[in-house]
Ligand binder design. Structure first.
Ligand code: ATP
Ligand code: MG
Ligand code: MG
Ligand code: MG
Length: 488
């Protein structure tokens, strides 16, 4: 099933259940407290908060999302993209979990060709391979899963607030959630459900039951429930790429039809083979991770530029710059020193234009933005390379590591990234004093912070730095995170 077909079935199913079809909002979040749209619910925040009256009570969408907090996971896990699409169904004070749970199950398990009675099409997943989690105290959800849907108790697990309680990080709406996982099979890890293994059991869908008013939120697991919300809401998010990976029978989201062509082209340009390994011990692993990262980041760059983001040193522009640079570095570390962006982004455009026609109509502009950024970075790299060669040969002749001060100067003066310094030094058999490098970076950060104190600082700036550092945004995180996100 192609990603486009998965989307069509999604819309058709929820339209048949009375949901208004709402087009994806921009990746640039309409809410100033978050930089990017990180979940399907972001465009609906005013409806959930009750500050605006929704024009419909039920909505269905497939929302473009960016999660920079997941950047270090990309290519290493099977399931984390910086760009991905979140399919969602929403109820604003209309149905609640008694309908949301059976609908989710029905859609996942109804045959692809359609149910003979209702005519509704689904995704045809084997019910025996689905596991569900509920919040520890949510007996109501537990009972619906067990008695209405018929999931055996052995495949229902109770999780604590870290995993299965959603809130915005500040006083406001909150509530328990329930998640659906797909069992990829014994080849992928231990038995025992998502509690035992999140690689084998892959999270595909999160159902949030927004029903309480929280008066204080001190942490994910420490909050005060003030009482019920006036209206109970439903907010769900299913990862389109994760479902596509399951339905297409591929190993990870980077091998699905919207992403794989870029991966293949990158491998071709680099003259390397992609072997699909997830095993860090495998000698092909680092190349495979690199190719997956490149495929992901090229697509994210395409979609960000298409939504009006431009490379810069601030906020969203910096995220885009970083994504483009990581692609160029990744290619370089596989031996490609020529420009690659025009080529790769054209391949990504071909894979995405069916769903997002604007990436085709605006392609000239998109390509120019990316290519210009690449040219500037390649100039930086060649200036830095001369300086690095010097520093490396000094270190070699004195039989010492390359100093943290040199690595820092390369970074600071030439914008030369530490990954590249490490890799190129390693090729010459030289190590780098990383500890000193990090100390100098920290000092610089502290200085910048002290400087910024007096000046007024834009929220978006601090937000992007938090996102880049991998911290969770303080507001509207959208969904609860599992360990993988908090590990970042
Ligand atoms: P995980 O624990 O796997 O990191 P999550 O709990 O952070 O996922 P949610 O915040 O619950 O994810 O988001 C709802 C759904 O969106 C997830 O169930 C998943 O299918 C999808 N999703 C979340 N993050 C990503 C990502 N980085 N790439 C692709 N899909 C994602
Ligand atoms: Mg989740
Ligand atoms: Mg999770
Ligand atoms: Mg996560």
């Amino acid at each position: 099933m192609k990603t486009e077909d998965i989307t069509r079935t999604w819309y058709d199913y929820f339209a048949a259940k009375g949901h208004e079809r709402v087009p994806s909002s921009s990746l640039v979040s309409p809410d100033p407290s978050v930089l990017f749209t990180i979940a399907g619910m972001v465009p609906f925040i005013p409806y959930f908060l009750g500050t605006e009256t929704p024009p419909y009570q039920r909505a269905v969408s497939v929302q473009k999302c960016i999660r920079t907090a997941d950047i270090e996971e990309v290519g290493k896990t099977a399931r984390h993209g910086t760009f991905f699409q979140m399919c969602g169904n929403f109820s604003f004070g209309d149905y609640f979990k008694e309908r949301a749970i059976p609908m989710a199950w029905e859609l996942l398990t109804t045959p692809v060709e359609g149910d003979p009675q209702t005519g509704l099409r689904g995704y045809g997943l084997d019910p025996e391979r689905l596991w569900v989690t509920v919040y520890q105290d949510d007996d109501e959800a537990y009972t619906i899963w067990r008695d209405v849907v018929g999931v055996p108790e052995a495949r229902i697990q109770r999780f604590g607030p870290e995993d299965n309680y959603w809130n915005t990080g500040q006083p406001g709406p909150g509530g328990p959630c329930s998640e659906i996982y797909f069992d990829r099979g014994p080849a992928y890890g231990r038995d025992g459900g998502p509690a035992a293994d999140e690689t084998r059991f892959i999270e595909i869908w999160n159902l949030v039951f927004m029903e309480f008013r929280l008066s204080a939120v001190r942490s994910k697991s420490d909050f005060d429930v003030a009482g019920p919300l006036q209206h109970k809401n439903i907010d769900t998010g299913l990862g389109l790429e994760r479902l596509a990976m399951v339905l297409q029978g591929v190993e990870n989201m980077y091998e699905t039809d919207q992403v794989r062509p870029v991966l293949d082209r990158a491998a071709e340009l680099a003259g390397v083979e992609y072997t699909s390994t997830e095993d860090p011990q495998d000698p092909h692993h680092s190349t495979d991770v690199r190719l997956r990262m490149i495929a992901d980041h090229v697509r994210s760059a395409l979609m960000l530029i298409s939504d009006g983001v431009r490379p810069s040193n601030e906020a969203g522009g910096f995220v885009l710059r970083r994504l483009i640079r990581r692609v160029i570095l990744g290619m370089r570390l596989m031996g490609v020193e020529e420009p690659v962006f025009a080529d790769l982004i054209a391949v990504s455009q071909q894979a995405m234009k069916g769903v997002y026609p604007e990436v085709e109509t605006e392609f000239d502009t998109i390509r120019q933005v990316a290519v210009k950024e690449e040219q500037a970075f390649l100039r930086t790299i060649s200036a830095g390379t001369a300086k690095l060669d010097h520093a490396v040969s000094d270190a070699q002749s004195q039989n010492r590591p390359l100093s943290g001060a040199d690595a820092f100067a390369l970074h600071d003066t030439y914008g030369f990234p530490i990954d590249l310094t490490l890799e190129m030094a390693a090729e010459a058999g030289v190590t780098v004093d990383e500890e000193q490098f990090r100390a100098l970076m920290a000092e610089q950060r502290d200085r910048a912070r002290a400087d910024a104190k007096g000046k007024k600082s834009g929220h978006a700036d601090t937000e992007v730095y938090r996102q880049i550092r991998g911290d969770r945004p303080t507001q509207f995180t959208g969904y609860t995170a599992h360990s993988s996100q908090s590990r970042v």
